[in-house]
Design a protein around this ligand. Sequence first.
Ligand SMILES: Cc1cc2nc3c(=O)[nH]c(=O)nc-3n(C[C@H](O)[C@H](O)[C@H](O)COP(=O)(O)O)c2cc1C
Length: 567
Amino acid sequence: MGIKISGIELENPLILASGILGSTGSSLNRIARTGAGAVVSKSIGIEPREGYEGPVLLKVDCGFLNALGLPNPSYKNFIEELEDFDRYCPLIISVFGSSSSEFVEVAEDLEDYADAFELNLSCPHVEGYGMEIGRDLTFVEDITREFKRSISRPTWVKLTPNVGEITEIGLAAEKGGADAVVAINTVKGLRIDVESGYPLLGNVYGGLSGRCIKPIGLAAVYSLYKKLKIPIIGVGGIEDYRDVLEYLMAGARCVEIGSALYYDLEIFKEIDSDLKRYLEENSLEMEDIIGLAHRKRKKKEKEKEKDREILPKDVVIKRIKRENKDVRTFFFEDALLDVRPGRYVMVWVRGIDEIPISLSYKDAITVERVGKTTESLFKLKEGDSIGIRGPFGNGFDIKGENILLIGGGIGIAPLLYLAEVFGEKKKDITTLIGSRSRETLLFLKEFEKISKVFVSTDDGSLGKKGSVLNMLDAEIFKQEYDMIYACGPEKMLRSLLEFFNEKDLLEKTQFSLSRIIKCGLGICGSCCIDPKGLRVCRDGPIFYGGEILNSEVGRYERDHTGRRRKV
Ligand SMILES: Cc1cc2nc3c(=O)[nH]c(=O)nc-3n(C[C@H](O)[C@H](O)[C@H](O)COP(=O)(O)O)c2cc1C
């Protein structure tokens, strides 16, 4: 039942968690001999620390509450303990610090003893350490990156559950170059002595561990598995092999066990043999189990999908707003399901044709008169109805605090819905919009209400003369943007792809593509783009820059027959 994780071969996936019998070489030897696949040391820092005054550990209803306060002899003095460790199994050294240089300083001297390092960015009760820095995305990414730059051993980042969205922290660690993440550390908690009124722990707050946190750990692992590419080590409340199975099925590759050693110091041997028996009896390999819950869920979703009809829904046009001579916004009477900025609907003008149009509000589309279908749409009146399939497509990935929107022509419309969503969240939005002339520029007033707006027109009748690209100057890049969103003519998108590629910002830039979409279901193939065969209708229409930099976008497209034509 051996398993490999971040390049280390373990005899089994069961690892001693940090902080439990991991302070001395001899106690690590003792646990290693009980059958652990690997052991993690107590978290070690720069200076000796005595930790907090007692009580430091309480056995509570369904687990433990601890506030030891990271007692440790400092990395220099820990070396003599490491000399005593006899390497019966791999050793992971847990490190804590208040800055990347502290993490690195500790690890540099211990590197010879470690098979990997675990960065404790998650202890919930020590000021200036652990969770206090582990909640900050930038810190996590930077510390991990700096650590990886200086230390050659595999690096695991241990995450705190005491955050809104643990996957964001996991992604930051992955971006920084982590080889694995460990989830979770303890959950912040408190108990009070009713007799005296004193908080029971010397430090007041502590970290909850044991059985009661298992569902929290499982939820963390499950959601991390959905988003991360690096392996996950699950920890929290594991007491028997069925708990281990749950973590593996949620997506963990290995697990760590801590509090349960209170009940049984031989727990590794027992779980190891139960797990082996389970796999044998069910003719399963470890790899069959890891992430199984996700595969089952997908299967269920696929089955549900088979029974779901996707037919045009009759939608009444409540209001028609003239934006300019050739552009109208059609507001719908009925709310659509699953609306999101960047998604599109297939609009069926009965007896004419069906065409894809992006949502410009949650309940509206903005349409430019360009052909027979849009011409017929323009003839409809308020109270008339159309057929709507969808919304379809992935939609924009909505994240970041400082946002740059770049829109050209009718491509401005999907960005309006996006801007409204960011506006509701009070984000800092900068908008660059361009058009042929003042008369044809869309949604200037709407954008001005929620963002700083810069305008360009081809004829110079409003704002800067020329295309939106002319606005991408030092003034715009005075500030940094967390995310950039672009939509407009393909030639403009191609120029933006090249521009942001040079600035090394493609990872932060999302492009909305517009192609001839016929089915919207991802199977007819009419909207596929070279060279990867990406389906604009279903893999898109929103793509990160890196996905389409070397594609046909802005170079050629296919017409209704499927023949290539220049854009
Ligand atoms: C007494 C005690 C001390 C701990 N010390 C540390 C530590 O130094 N570093 C760390 O990263 N986690 C520490 N933890 C957290 C554990 O490694 C583990 O993440 C948590 O207890 C959840 O696992 P469990 O439910 O199996 O105990 C400690 C936990 C306990 C109970």
